[in-house]
Design a protein around this ligand. Structure first.
Ligand code: RIB
Length: 305
């Protein structure tokens, strides 16, 4: 059986639930506070592990109590954390998340150990890559290390999937030919292609640009409207899966994890997109990111609906 590697960030999410988000300079009284495992890398690892994929996470936590808690929780979710380095000289990554009733949120991330990820962390991929189907990347760890991880994966013929979040100021064109699948949301896609994506024509133009730059499959997440995907041969919308959302944190991570887990099982792209849409939607039906990710049984029930 093949595995999925996620090379990316691990955060402790400090989540405040509030009836409305404060304006600058304003204080509001929140409803309640939660401390939950997060980070786009860790969330995507939990997503694929919950769906039954053999999942390795490679990254860093700090030498603090958050680091220990995060590792224990990831192991409980079935994520293999042998590739996670405990950086005693750093604090663990932290995300301050405000969630408004109804689901909107704001997030400030302090990278901590995630910001120290570098070539020595990429070396830890080498033992696992020969048995890996897909490497899943995000941009919450330094771009240079992410790019090196993609280069290492390519040497083993492993599929490289990038969730370009958050988009850096200068995303290098030389990265695109290393990417098999890119999954920006509408805002991220707009920042990468340099124009607002307001309608289907703009979606098509954005897909064209990514394909011309060397990406093979472009998937643009459209939130509650589903997604749009394009390859050299086909383009189509992915229907959203209707749910009652309470918290959208981690929805994009669920979407990516769903697609990765389906592709790892050898399912065709269209089926993988359906998995992504369902897993992403289900993630919004509960508080938090990792705690809200569905397992395979929940996904299967929705697929049969
Ligand atoms: O994608 C959601 C994640 O973004 C949160 O878990 C938070 O840690 C930030 O990295």
């Amino acid at each position: 059986m093949m595995s999925i590697i996620i090379f990316g960030s691990i955060n402790m999410d400090l989540v405040v639930q509030t009836h409305r988000l404060p304006q600058p300079g304003e204080t509001v009284t929140g409803d309640h506070f939660l401390t939950l495992g997060g980070g786009k890398g860790a969330n995507q690892a939990v997503a694929t592990a919950r769906l039954g994929a053999s999942t390795y996470l490679v990254g860093r936590v700090g030498g603090d109590s958050f680091g220990q808690e995060l590792l224990a929780s990831l192991n409980n979710f079935g994520v293999n954390t042998q590739g996670v380095f405990i950086d005693k000289n750093s604090s663990s990554g932290v995300a301050m998340i405000n969630v408004e009733t109804g689901g909107e949120n704001t997030i400030i991330v302090v990278p901590g150990a995630n910001g120290k990820v570098e070539q020595s962390d990429v070396h830890r991929l080498n033992n696992i890559l020969p048995k890996t189907s897909l490497l899943l990347l995000q941009l919450e760890v330094p771009l240079e290390a992410v790019q090196s991880a993609a280069i290492a994966a390519k040497k083993f013929g492993v599929t490289v999937m990038l969730d370009p979040a958050p988009v850096p100021d200068n995303f290098p064109d030389r990265f695109y030919p290393l990417i098999d699948i890119i999954t920006p949301n509408q805002t991220e896609a707009a920042r990468l292609v340099g124009f607002e994506i307001t309608d289907q024509e703009k979606l098509n133009q954005a897909v064209n640009i990514f394909l011309e730059k060397g990406v093979k499959i472009v998937i643009i997440k459209l939130g509650e409207k589903g997604a749009f995907y394009g390859t050299e041969k086909e383009r189509d919308f992915v229907k959203p899966f209707a749910v009652k959302s309470v918290d959208t944190v981690g929805a994009g991570d669920g979407f990516n994890g769903g697609i990765a887990a389906a592709l790892d099982r050898g399912l065709p792209l269209k089926e993988a997109l359906k998995w992504g849409a369902i897993v992403g939607a289900l993630t919004t039906t509960k508080e938090g990111a990792q705690t809200a990710l569905p397992d395979f049984k929940m996904l299967e029930n929705c697929l049969n609906e």
